[in-house]
Ligand binder design. Structure first.
Ligand SMILES: Cc1cc2nc3c(=O)[nH]c(=O)nc-3n(C[C@H](O)[C@H](O)[C@H](O)COP(=O)(O)O)c2cc1C
Length: 106
């Protein structure tokens, strides 16, 4: 019988996803954090996701963003639909999260 570390060696193998390659197959699944302020990402999100990347998650799925004003499923939902000024801010906040995670190859 093979050793557990041999049976699970595939978990540590890189994984191609679209045009990117995750360093391993550990996925940090999407979930609501309740960290939003005024329904936007915050520095707390940045630190939270970076910590998961530092811990070895190969892929991180951010929490959901709502895409239409008729949808406000919970108080701290991220509003992904808002007007251009917010979209620019949202993109820069998401870029900030991505940048800190890329430091860890996530
Ligand atoms: C946008 C999005 C938000 C999610 N939010 C939560 C959440 O707040 N809490 C939760 O337990 N699962 C949430 N999920 C589901 C988890 O990411 C995960 O799929 C679920 O816990 C099942 O995990 P498993 O597939 O490993 O069994 C969310 C999924 C998506 C796509």
């Amino acid at each position: 019988m093979s050793k557990p570390q041999d049976r699970h060696a595939g978990l540590c193998a890189p994984l191609s996803l679209g045009g990117k390659t995750a360093p391993n197959r550990f996925v940090f699944a999407a979930h609501q954090t309740n960290f939003a302020t005024h329904n936007r990402f915050t520095e707390r999100h940045v630190a939270y996701y970076e910590t998961r990347a530092a811990g070895g998650a190969g892929t991180i799925v951010l929490e959901g963003s709502v895409v239409h004003p008729s949808d406000w499923p919970y108080e701290y939902a991220i509003f992904g639909y808002e007007t251009a000024w917010w979209t620019v801010i949202a993109k820069s906040q998401m870029r900030c999260i991505a940048t800190v995670c890329w430091r860890w190859r996530t």
